[in-house]
Every structure is written in structure tokens, then in C-alpha cells.
Write a protein that binds this ligand. Structure first.
Ligand SMILES: NC(=O)c1ccc[n+]([C@@H]2O[C@H](COP(=O)([O-])OP(=O)(O)OC[C@H]3O[C@@H](n4cnc5c(N)ncnc54)[C@H](O)[C@@H]3O)[C@@H](O)[C@H]2O)c1
Length: 310
């Protein structure tokens, strides 16, 4: 039986970390591609040489040559500028849409049957761009952000409540921006909503820290986060490649769902071998719906800018 082939575009912080985690989980053979000469080759060689220590058998190839990505089952796009202190994700749009356009054309040419996970920012707009340029079926193009944002919320809750992160089922929706929509009413520990476990002021504080979770790390590091984003991308890749039917928050195409009207936005989905196999529709109350609609309006505004640039 052939092993899965995974291409990771961009061998920077997120891309290389994604490659390493994917290798440790033996998800398949990995092609790491970057435009910078030697970068992908060097990182791939280093990751391959950790194999005998960590006992994984994945083949890892670093390259600048798209030919080597041919017939990938899954492509993860991490190529794009990250934020620096003082920048918003939206500030990256003009430069990153160009990169995503070039990369998506190569993906459509070399791996026309692949499933694509976009990671670069501004996330929802870059997923929209990749879907438009590849013209792949809508269930086969998606973005990783909700997994990261909900992981941040889970971590803050677990720390506050003194429970294992494994015991928290976090639900979060909306675009990957400051107007993301953590949903404490649906976020549970052993079936009990966190709204019953923490007072409103504390919950609001943790939600605010989650919303600003990206810039907190940018301000500390001078560049954006990569361990948790890479872990999120690998969880989604694993769900697809192993047809796990895993429920994850994911930037997915929604039309009638949540009345989104044909945009890519963060919602709970089921991931399996066909990509996004199902969108889970939660029964949001008026306040939650209003927050989601505000976030969606932002996503639509960014998509309009993408339309002008493509
Ligand atoms: N979705 C999320 O939750 C999330 C989280 C963290 C970072 N990000 C985003 O992911 C992207 C990557 O972040 P990073 O920290 O790895 O940045 P980085 O600068 O470390 O790496 C980006 C890499 O992409 C490469 N690249 C640029 N254009 C390319 C092209 N046309 N083809 C191939 N490679 C190309 C660069 O040479 C660089 O090595 C950024 O846009 C960042 O904002 C998203």
C-alpha cells in the first residue's frame, strides 16, 4: 500500500515544525518546499536525521522544485509573511495573497487531486484565495486556525480550573482575528459548561486573552507562534489522511450553514478522507449569532479585497 505524500509549502517556523511533528506521527512521506535556496533541503535533512533518534520512518525531502511535490495527497500552505510586533494579520493580506496565488497555481498543476490546508494569514482570506485559484471542490480546501485558537482557550481554562487540558472540550467559531467567537456556553468539562464553573468576569478575561493570543506571542518573540499552529495543522492532516472523522474547528466553506452565503469561515466540522465531510450547526443564541455575524462580516470584507487582487 502506497504511503501518503504530504507537501508542506514554506520551510519557515510553521512549515518546518509541521514537517517535524508530521514525521514523528508517521503520517507519510513529506516534501518540504521553499523558495529560499538550501532552506527546505537543510531543514528536511535535519528532520530526517532526528528519525533514528525518535524512531520514525517518514521520508523527508527538501526542495525548491515543484516537480517533486507531484501527486501529493495533502498540501499544507505555510508560505507567507508572519506578523511582527505592531502588525495585524490583515496587514499581511496584499503580500500573502500574491504568494498564495503562485503556490495555489502550482498545487493545481502538480497535485490536482490533493486536499489543501491553508495556514498563512490573514487565514480566512488566504483560504478563499487558495480555493478560488485551485478551483478545487470546496470540501477540499480549508484553513487551520480554530484548532489553534481553541487550544489557547483550552489551555487558559485548564490552567485556571486546575484540570487536565484533555478534559476540556472547547468550542470556538468565526474568523481568525480579534473578533473570533469563543463559545463558553458550549465549552465543557465532563459535560459541565464552563459558564457554570467560572464567573463572567473571569471568563471574559480568558476570552480576551484567547482573542489576543497571537499578538501576545508576537510581542514576546518578535515573530509569530509556530509550535501550537503546527500541532493544529498536523491534527487536521492526520484526521484526513487516516480518515478519522475527527471533529475540529476549521475554516470551511459555508453557504446555507450559519447563513454564511458562500464564504470560508471558522465552524465546527468533521474531517475525514474527503476533507470537510460535515459542518456541525450549533444552536446559537442571539448574542452568539451576533458575534458570529460580526466576525463573518470581517471575513467577507477581506474576501472582497482578495477578489480585487487576484
Ligand atoms: N493560521 C494560524 O493560526 C497561523 C499561526 C501562526 C502563523 N500563521 C501564518 O503562517 C505563515 C508562516 O509563518 P512562519 O512563522 O512560518 O513564517 P516564516 O517567515 O518563518 O516562514 C515562511 C516561509 O515561507 C517561505 N515562502 C515565501 N514565499 C514562498 C513561496 N512563494 N513558495 C514557497 N515558500 C515561500 C519563506 O521563504 C519562508 O521560509 C504566516 O503568514 C503567519 O502569519 C498562521
Amino acid at each position: 500500500m502506497a504511503r501518503s505524500k504530504i507537501t508542506i509549502v514554506g520551510a519557515g517556523n510553521v512549515g518546518a515544525t509541521t514537517a517535524h511533528i508530521a514525521a514523528t506521527r508517521e503520517l507519510g512521506d513529506i516534501v518540504l518546499l521553499d523558495i529560499v535556496e538550501g532552506l527546505a533541503e537543510g531543514k528536511a535533512l535535519d528532520i530526517a536525521q532526528a528519525g533514528p533518534v525518535q524512531l520514525y520512518d517518514s521520508l523527508i525531502t527538501g526542495t525548491q522544485d515543484w516537480q517533486k511535490t507531484k501527486d501529493s495527497h495533502l498540501v499544507i500552505i505555510t508560505s507567507g509573511l508572519p506578523r511582527k510586533p505592531g502588525m495585524s494579520r490583515d496587514d499581511l493580506l496584499v503580500k500573502n495573497v500574491k504568494i498564495v496565488k503562485d503556490v495555489s497555481q502550482q498545487i493545481a498543476k502538480h497535485s490536482p487531486d490533493s486536499i489543501v490546508i491553508v495556514v498563512c494569514n490573514p487565514l480566512d482570506a488566504m483560504v478563499y484565495a487558495a480555493a478560488r485559484v485551485t478551483n478545487f471542490a470546496k470540501n477540499k480546501v480549508m484553513g487551520m486556525a480554530g484548532e489553534l485558537d481553541s487550544a489557547r482557550f483550552s489551555y487558559f481554562l485548564a490552567t485556571e480550573l486546575g484540570v487536565s487540558v484533555k478534559n476540556i472540550k472547547c468550542v470556538l467559531m468565526g474568523g481568525h482575528g480579534d473578533d473570533m467567537v469563543p463559545l463558553p456556553r458550549f465549552t465543557t468539562i465532563s459535560g459541565k459548561s464552563v459558564t457554570e464553573l467560572l464567573d463572567t468576569a473571569k471568563l471574559d478575561e480568558l476570552i480576551e486573552r484567547t482573542r489576543k493570543g497571537g499578538i501576545e506571542i508576537v510581542n514576546l518573540l518578535g515573530c509569530s507562534a509556530y509550535y501550537a499552529p503546527a500541532a493544529g495543522a498536523v491534527k487536521m492532516a492526520e484526521a484526513i489522511l487516516k480518515d478519522k472523522k475527527t471533529e475540529v474547528p476549521c475554516c470551511a466553506y459555508c453557504d446555507s450553514e450559519y447563513d454564511a452565503g458562500g464564504y470560508f469561515v471558522g465552524v465546527p466540522v468533521v474531517l475525514g478522507k474527503n476533507g470537510v465531510e460535515k459542518i456541525i450547526e450549533l444552536d446559537l443564541n442571539d448574542s452568539e449569532l451576533a458575534q458570529f455575524q460580526k466576525s463573518l462580516a470581517h471575513v467577507k470584507h477581506l474576501a472582497e479585497q482578495v477578489d480585487k487582487l487576484l
